[in-house]
Ligand binder design. Structure first.
Ligand code: XBP
Ligand code: MG
Length: 237
């Protein structure tokens, strides 16, 4: 029986990655770099989680200037990217995915605890939750970005979330959109419900408890996150 829901952010709460891509490209332009990530390139780069890690991977895999792979350079460039991204989100540039608000309302009414486990920067979570819910208070635990040693697909963020909730994996359900996120949640011992997003639709979600087009589909089972019918293959997209 689930006692807490642990949400991923990017791709799960909202389709954020086009805003991230725009923010990366704006930061590159500001810095006078002749880099521009198009959708196809970004889809491949998303396999590397974390914006700073993604930039470093891009520089190294394209044989770029080694100075562009140094920590201080990447940190400064990524801070500009975060400034652009939070500006887009605070300006109302994103909407929650279908069913997200309703599931969170349902959780509050039924006493299910709420947490966030994400590789994105904490300021990005703050901007999104601020725009969508007026603040971060609904979520009693938020583990984000560099708060853990290793980003997804490592289980660190989920393990830290469980530690802070003081709950066992069997008492929680993870909500994810990507194979990297699913691997992280499974490695932490969590049942995981996947709602694929625009960039992750073709990924392998083996091991997920269910794969649904979006969280609105949970309405069909009365928002019962423990409902056995969710295990049915007919729920796969
Ligand atoms: C999301 C990410 C993040 C964002 C960018 O993965 O990998 O890196 O793309 O955010 P998940 P930052 O949904 O699995 O958490 O630039 O702040 O890292
Ligand atoms: Mg995600």
């Amino acid at each position: 029986m689930a006692r807490a829901l642990i949400f991923d952010v990017d791709g799960t709460l909202a389709e954020t990655e086009e805003a991230h891509r725009a923010a990366f490209n704006a930061a590159f332009e500001d810095a006078g770099l002749a880099w521009h990530w198009d959708r196809a390139q970004y889809e491949a780069l998303l396999k590397v989680t974390g914006g700073k890690e993604r930039i470093r991977h891009f520089v190294r895999s394209t044989g770029g200037d080694p100075r562009h792979a140094e920590n201080a350079f990447i940190r400064a460039l990524h801070a500009e990217k975060t400034r652009h991204y939070t500006g887009i989100v605070a300006g109302g540039g994103l909407e929650l995915r279908p069913g997200v608000r309703e599931l969170i309302d349902h959780a509050r009414k039924t006493g299910l605890r709420l947490a966030i486990s994400t590789t994105t920067t904490l300021a990005n979570v703050e901007a999104l939750l601020g725009a969508a819910f007026g603040g971060m208070d609904l979520f009693e635990v938020i583990v984000a970005g560099d708060m853990v040693a290793q980003k997804k697909p490592a289980p660190d963020a989920y393990l830290e979330t469980l530690r802070r909730l003081d709950l066992a994996p069997a008492e929680c359900l993870a909500l994810e959109d990507s194979a990297n996120g699913l691997r992280a949640a499974l490695a932490a011992g969590l049942d995981t419900l996947v709602t694929p997003s625009v960039y992750t639709a073709g990924e392998d979600f083996s091991g997920a408890r269910a794969v649904l087009p979006d969280l609105g589909a949970l309405q069909a089972v009365g928002w019962d996150v423990d409902h056995p019918s969710l295990q049915s293959a007919s729920h796969r997209v």
